[in-house]
Design a protein around this ligand. Sequence first.
Ligand SMILES: *[C@@H]1O[C@H](CO)[C@@H](O)[C@H](O)[C@H]1NC(C)=O
Ligand SMILES: *[C@@H]1O[C@H](CO)[C@@H](O)[C@H](O)[C@H]1NC(C)=O
Ligand SMILES: *[C@@H]1O[C@H](CO)[C@@H](O)[C@H](O)[C@H]1NC(C)=O
Length: 633
Amino acid sequence: MPSLTSLLAVGSLALQTALCLPGLNTFPDHNVKILKRSVDTFVATESPIALNHILCNIGASGACVPGAGSGFVIAGPGQDNPNYFYTWTRDAALVFKCLVDTFIDQYSSSLQILIENYITAQARLQTVQNPSGGLSSGGLGEPKFNADGSAFTGSWGRPQRDGPALRATALITYAKWLVSNGYSSTAKSLVWPVIQNDLSYVSQYWNNTGFDLWEEVSGSSFFTIAAQHRALVEGSALAGQLGTSCTHCDSQAPQALCFLQRFWTSKGYILANINANDGRTAKDANTLLASIHGFDPSIGCDAATFQPCSDRALANHKVVSDSFRSVYSINSGIPGGQAVSVGRYPEDVYYGGNPWYLCSLAAAEQLFDALYTWNKQGFMTITAVSLPFFRDFSASVAIGTFASSSNTYIGLFNAIQTYADGYLVVIENYAQANGSLSEQFSKYDGHPLSAYDLTWSYAAFLTAAARRSGKIPSSWIGPSDSVVPSTCSASSANGPYSVAPTSTFPAGQTPITGTSTATASPTSPPCTIAENVTVTFNEIVTTQFGQTIKIVGDAANMGAWDPTKAVALSASQYTNSNPVWFGTVELGSGILVEYKYINVASDGTVTWEGGSNRVYTPPVGCASTAVVNDVWR
Ligand SMILES: *[C@@H]1O[C@H](CO)[C@@H](O)[C@H](O)[C@H]1NC(C)=O
Ligand SMILES: *[C@@H]1O[C@H](CO)[C@@H](O)[C@H](O)[C@H]1NC(C)=O
Ligand SMILES: *[C@@H]1O[C@H](CO)[C@@H](O)[C@H](O)[C@H]1NC(C)=O
């Protein structure tokens, strides 16, 4: 991959002499353009790679995770050093939130099947008795399950209370799409029951301690409370749309928001964890991830919900990113206001304590969110709280509100855009040459570390890239949802739990308005996900002259089990040393087929191969071809 490190070095040396605006610490204009073009190229190249890797890590069609159950997102395909071959409720929900937003942006029947499989899998998972409990006794807080959906019974940091909230948000986003396209009854009968269980869990337990998203600290985590607040707010709104209600959401949402304020400190940053005695500074990318998860430009730069452009979230962005400048050698000498590699928290020792792709991407995404909102509202406000953040870009800037026509706004906007793109340059520099993203990269030399092909890393890339191109998720905060009660109180409310149905989703729920139901700018999606896959079947089988090998199965294109409609394979590449018969069949991606090979003699006699039916699920992804290699049995 082209390295921009040298370009950036030139840019920073040159800026003393070639400022485009007085007092603004930014790059000379032509270098900014080169940087932007280069990041454009990287984003265009990496986006389809990232989407394909995500799909490859989802069962049962994902080729990277054989053995994973239908609808389960596997955290990473690696099974040792470390073993990430599990499905985490948190990771899966964040990944599917990204996929649902991708789906809403551009309809894809294959993606819709995956989303439906995810929902059905979650309905099942909710009922699995596990070390945290059962459906109505705390079991929804179990952090991870085996790849086939059975309980993981080893010791672990449990419960983790963000999972149900994040899953509710992913499902609510899809349910809202169903409602707005005229499929309210599907939303109500098949999606809402799963959401309702999660909302009952959140309203009951939000005011209890649990393990944080890094699975280390037992206490109250900012990320968790923010995710819970969001789920309660939008869960209640969805209930209303479906003609029901969530009174336990309504009573708890304001209290969760009230508690959220406690994480802000007069030291000028957000505490990642409280009610915990972990001896850390509590500076943590947890808070960046919380801010981007709650992004809603309809509420502007609201500080109560820690919007990405709020003064609190910007001040915090500086404190958190600065906390990594001195602890990683690869960040050495990079001044404030220029992108660095960002990890989980400065005291981290896991794998030696290194930067993470998803944390560096969250730092980028928060800035892209802020830029979007400033652009939308047409002004930028600097307060005493956010002044240190802005001073990194202009040493002389002062408190005030600056219209988009002002030189101050223009200079800051351009400098922050360049700063945000710098975080993508970090990713470009430290990704594998083929675009693969692991969990971490070395603080010494940037080489990939820990789990390879981490699904969340790819989702973090896609959401950052989407925000950069102006693709914005749907709004979730209503007018009164950001009003903080004057007094906070400890509380909890019980809601119903019941086993959600796992029946098949109705077919043909296509968008009413044509292809696109959402947003935004005329940028292309990461790739067009293939609806059908042309699958080449290679069958190794020794035959006599006059015999023909055919494939027959339950799919219409495989003859629907009728041997007279079976697909004849070709022997044109058959040799004695490689007796292969091959042929292609077009199959729906993500749709499981059962099939067998038959040997048809010249007189029409059919001999079926032995054993049980073969099963195959064509992959969901950018590619529209796949290959299956079989041997006659
Ligand atoms: C419960 O909420 C109260 C009021 O906001 C807060 O003081 C307390 O720390 C919370 N406890 C937990 C464990 O969330
Ligand atoms: C990408 O490159 C890495 C490092 O060479 C390699 O381990 C990995 O298998 C490659 N991935 C793919 C999908 O080619
Ligand atoms: C996919 O296959 C189905 C069934 O054969 C067909 O109706 C549909 O048009 C195909 N879609 C594309 C995009 O070729």
